[in-house]
Design a protein around this ligand. Structure first.
Ligand code: ADP
Ligand code: MG
Length: 209
């Protein structure tokens, strides 16, 4: 479960969020609606620990009881792409133009699990199939510019699917730090940042760390 408690944010002294509180339970889909500029993306970025320079937060962001706002960069890297993923708004800027889609979907597995490259690519194949991009139609060695906009968005969703999907046994067994330990065998939060609800627009996914 993830919960924001009285989350406030300022950027270079300008107030952006004031006392935002909500919680998402396992299996729950939670929608945050607001006019343009009201702070939806900043709320999502706060959950990911990806706020811009000059940002200061108050309040707490609790993931299974642990406060993410207190984690340093290293601990947050163990969570990002592992416990929490983000589907960003713009697939063209989310995807790396010079890496194949297979490599990009496999990346979180290589970072967060002990999967070999071959195993990670096999899971990437499964994830891409799950979002409607079976490799026989869209091979893993395609680059983002060789896909349609909608297909790119699907790649981004595949990237946000839980890293240890079908790979639990590869998780590191003896991480000394709590953040890495927390990433094993636990729930996963996917944060999608959409500009509007129409048009089937699932968009870009998080690049892990
Ligand atoms: N990098 C940034 N630096 C300073 N202010 C920003 C930055 N990005 C967004 N903002 C401001 O934060 C506020 C909330 O923006 P945002 O969360 O992107 O809104 P939205 O609800 O449309 O997603 C806006 O006033 C915006 O101008
Ligand atoms: Mg936004």
């Amino acid at each position: 479960m993830i919960r924001a408690e009285n989350l406030s944010l300022s950027i270079h002294g300008t107030d952006i969020l004031t006392d935002v509180s909500f919680q998402m339970k396992p299996g729950q889909v939670f929608g945050l609606v607001g006019e343009s500029g009201s702070g939806k993306s900043m709320t999502a970025l706060a959950l990911m620990g990806l706020l811009p320079r000059g940002a200061e937060t108050r309040g707490r962001i609790l993931l299974d009881g642990g406060d993410l706002t207190r984690l340093n960069d290293r601990d947050m890297c163990a969570i990002r792409g592992n416990r929490i993923s983000m589907i960003f708004q713009e697939p063209m800027t989310a995807l790396n133009p010079v890496r194949t889609i297979g490599d990009q979907v496999a990346e979180t597995l290589l970072i967060h699990t002990r999967a070999t490259r071959a195993e990670a690519l096999e899971i990437a194949r499964q994830k891409l199939t799950r979002v409607g991009l079976p490799p026989e139609r869209v091979p893993l060695d395609r680059f983002p510019h060789e896909l349609s906009g909608g297909q790119r968005q699907r790649v981004c969703i595949a990237m946000a699917i839980r890293a240890d999907h079908r790979a639990g046994r590869h998780h590191t067994g003896a991480d000394p730090d709590p953040a890495a330990r927390a990433g094993r065998g636990r729930g996963h939060v996917a944060v999608a940042d959409h500009s509007r609800s129409g048009g089937g627009g699932r968009e870009r996914a998080c690049r892990c760390c």
